[in-house]
Design a protein around this ligand. Structure first.
Ligand SMILES: [Zn+2]
Ligand SMILES: [Zn+2]
Length: 273
């Protein structure tokens, strides 16, 4: 059984539920470790059509204090203060400030933007693209994954192939090319070399791609290289805390994994599942 969920959001960003409601659900699901990984602030130039930035900025301190208070819970749940950092290659200074602002246990590096385009928001953005344009975005994405891994800014690579969210069939066609697999391998080698873990996320099952992040080819390469894994629901509401974890456990076991990791105060710990 997976007893660790490191990727959760709350109503301090665009989630539905409070820090305490997420905690109550984690207890219900008998989690041993619950990590909160609220979104990071983002520079103004990077914006979604439906933006939660102002609300997040206004309540971020409250988020931090709520999670810190829960660290002292008497229910035996290890509570971790994390951050899902929007990885933006041209915004190193901004990201370093966000990371240093609070004593985070761990940082999840998540890529949601290619240049100024938030690519995970609208399926219509993708249906307008030609095959070649889609392929160019996949390539760009994995170069950014490589950059994230080399940056030293994150402990965990989030939802490794979220770029497939609205075009999963095209993405698999792209992945069949040997040059694509070489690029993915280069990015994953950087993940391994820099001591990051890779997230296995059930969020993809709830999205139009209907697939675990990452898909089989990427899992095979990660397992072959020996990249440690984490598990995340990417819950944006209490009812999806630890969602799909039986399926994630079976999936990871197929690739030879029997343990996952978490980071407390930046130090990696391993647990069997
Ligand atoms: Zn994310
Ligand atoms: Zn997330």
């Amino acid at each position: 059984m997976i007893r660790i969920d490191l990727h959760t959001h709350t109503n301090h960003s665009h989630g539905n539920d409070s820090v305490t409601a997420m905690f109550a659900q984690a207890k219900e699901k008998k989690l041993e470790v619950l990590g909160y990984s609220e979104h990071s602030p983002r520079p103004l130039a990077y914006a979604y059509a439906h933006e939660y930035r102002d609300h997040l900025a206004a309540t971020f301190k409250e988020y931090i204090h709520s999670v810190q208070a829960l660290k002292k819970n008497d229910a035996g749940v290890t509570v971790l203060l994390g951050l899902e950092l929007d990885y933006l290659p041209k915004e190193k200074e901004f990201m370093n400030e966000a990371r240093a602002a609070w004593p985070f246990d761990y940082i999840i590096g998540g890529i949601h933007f290619l240049d100024k385009w938030g690519f995970d928001a609208k399926s219509s953005d993708w249906s307008a693209l030609s095959l070649q344009e889609s392929f160019a975005h996949y390539e760009h994405y994995f170069h950014v994954v490589h950059s994230l891994a080399e940056s030293g800014m994150a402990n965990i690579l989030a939802h490794p192939d979220i770029i497939k969210i609205f075009s999963v069939n095209r993405f698999h066609t792209w992945l069949k090319q040997s040059s694509s697999l070489e690029l993915v391998r280069m990015a994953l080698n950087a993940v391994k070399r820099n001591g990051l873990a890779m997230e296995i996320s059930s969020a993809g099952l709830r999205k139009p791609c209907e697939e675990i992040y990452p898909g089989p080819e990427i899992m095979s390469i990660a397992a072959e290289i020996g990249i440690p894994i984490t598990f995340g629901s990417d819950a944006h509401s209490a009812d999806t805390v630890a969602w799909g974890f039986d399926e994630l456990a079976d999936y990871a076991r197929k690739y030879g994994y029997a343990s996952s990791v978490f980071f407390q105060n930046g130090v990696m710990h391993e647990r069997t599942f």
